[in-house]
Design a protein around this ligand. Structure first.
Ligand code: ZN
Length: 502
């Protein structure tokens, strides 16, 4: 009889948790895509039951005991230590947050969402203020329960970006804003961009669909270990690296929306398909953070998908699909059209130069709300002033301003910065890829994307959650989080496009 190592005794429980969360993923994906309308309530109950079961298993004292004895083992391998760290991280949080608070938060989120919808209908932030104040109170309580640091925001950020904090992120975002604001101003001084005639034409959605599948195949997304479907808001959901589901959005009047959504979600999907098989059914088979996940989507969408090289290969193919609509459109014209810069009010419509200013505004406001230096009632005014200061535009209504995003309506503070982290990391990683593979851009211009995918597989994807995002990026680029590479990228690309010294 051989004695079982404590670590091995722990594993079945780790697998069980991971399986449960995989099932939740599939059911949630189904809810967003194919669920019959009348099944909404039943599905809600099914998800609540499964999530309750998950929580019960996670906080089970026996799991705590097993974690403790496994951690005391002297012969743990690196992956084993990482696995223990991640299970503990998730469990500690679940144990520290009282069940009363979990339930109060769930109720407040439902209330917040409905207040947000109402407020948008009335175009009046005040309608939502009480619900938001309540959510903020509960999030403060949650942050205090976790006690990650005296800066409450850190505890909320930590859920999405393990290891990141305000002290590290704040100064980088501040410097980024100082560099972006004058660059945006210079471009805005050129006047509003003009639309090309082809952009007003109609593009058959079935043909768009076929083209998005061609894009996915070219990227190396494995359609036998995943699929693409349609939804209004594109997203990626994975229950396992062999089951990765993407959605894209089809609109005859906006073909670019489908192409860039597919490139974006495809980037997320490749990450999910790329974890080392040994990590399967453990929490290590996950992106290292939401920011690093977003770096993969933005790398394919922007660094690759909005480059001239990419369309040197793909525009002729797209013209083959839409010969009438794109008659006479050349690569330079197309490249300019997909890279127009204009300060605008709505984040989700923002271009690469202005986008991060929208995020910096939200980050500043969130930190102030959590610290208590900004009151919820004063939020619309602070929002509008911030838009004026950062982007030079001022919303005239709440719907165009503080009410535009869904995130705060369910108390999601700490998530927004992951978008900018994604942009910053994507620039650093793509720069490192080009350095490591001098023919990278030339390959892309011939539609050969597999060398880039191999680079990402080797350096990012396979490692999953073995280390923090910043440690992983540091291992690839030789430096951690920085705005340097992103700013260099913007200055080169948009300086050339606009003939300006940015
Ligand atoms: Zn994304």
């Amino acid at each position: 009889v051989t004695l079982q190592r404590p670590f091995e005794a722990l594993l079945p429980r780790v697998y069980e948790l991971r399986d449960l969360s995989g099932v939740v993923q599939v059911l949630t994906w189904d809810q967003e895509t194919y669920l019959p309308k009348k099944a909404m309530a039943a599905r809600g109950a099914q998800l609540t039951t499964l999530q309750g079961l998950y929580h019960e298993r996670l906080v089970d004292p026996r799991l705590g005991d097993l974690l403790e004895s496994a951690s005391a083992e002297r012969t743990l391998g690196e992956d084993e230590r990482a696995l223990l760290r991640e299970v503990k991280r998730e469990r500690d949080r679940a144990v520290k947050i009282p069940e009363r608070l979990v339930r109060a938060l769930a109720d407040a989120q439902t209330e917040g969402l409905s207040a947000w919808r109402q407020a948008r209908e009335e175009n009046r932030f005040a309608r939502m203020a009480p619900a938001l104040t309540h959510l903020l109170l509960l999030r403060r309580e949650e942050a205090d329960a976790c006690a990650v640091s005296p800066e409450r925001y850190d505890a909320l950020l930590d859920r999405f970006e393990p290891g990141m904090n305000v002290a590290r992120l704040g100064p980088i975002l501040k410097r980024l804003a100082d560099r972006l604001v004058p660059a945006v101003q210079k471009i805005a001084d050129r006047g509003p961009p003009q639309k090309e005639p082809w952009e007003e034409r109609s593009f058959d959605v079935e043909k768009q669909w076929t083209f998005t599948l061609e894009l996915l195949a070219a990227m190396g997304f494995d359609l036998e270990a995943g699929r693409q479907d349609r939804s209004i808001h594109p997203f990626t959901s994975a229950s396992h690296s062999t089951d990765v589901r993407l959605t894209t959005r089809l609109d005859a009047a906006q073909p670019l929306s489908a192409f860039f959504s597919t490139l974006h979600e495809g980037g997320h999907g490749l990450y999910e398909q790329g974890f080392d098989a040994v990590l399967a059914r453990t929490p290590l088979a996950q992106g290292a953070s939401m920011g690093l996940h977003e770096s993969q989507s933005r790398l394919w969408e922007n660094q690759v998908g909005r480059s001239r090289a990419f369309w040197q290969h793909f525009l002729p193919r797209l013209r083959g699909v839409f010969p009438e609509q794109l008659n006479g459109v050349d690569v330079d014209g197309f490249y300019r059209a997909i890279n127009r810069v204009q300060p605008s009010l709505i984040r989700t419509e923002a271009d690469e130069v202005t986008y991060n200013l929208h995020i910096i505004l939200r980050f500043e406001l969130e930190v102030s709300l959590l610290r208590g230096t900004l009151r919820v009632e004063d939020l619309p005014e602070a929002w509008n002033d911030g838009m004026q200061r950062l982007l030079g535009v001022r919303p005239s209504t709440d719907v165009e301003g503080v009410l535009q995003d869904i995130h705060w309506s369910y108390g999601e503070f700490g998530y927004f910065p992951t978008y900018t982290l994604g942009n910053l990391y994507s620039a650093s990683l793509f720069m490192a890829a080009r350095k490591a593979m001098p023919r990278c851009v030339e390959d892309i211009s011939r539609g050969q994307l597999s060398p880039l995918l191999s680079f990402l597989r080797q350096n990012i994807h396979r490692h999953g959650m073995r280390t923090t995002a910043e440690e992983r990026v540091q291992a690839v680029t030789g430096k951690g989080l920085t705005d340097e590479d992103f700013v260099t990228y913007l200055r080169e690309k948009f300086g050339e496009l606009y003939g300006l010294e940015l």
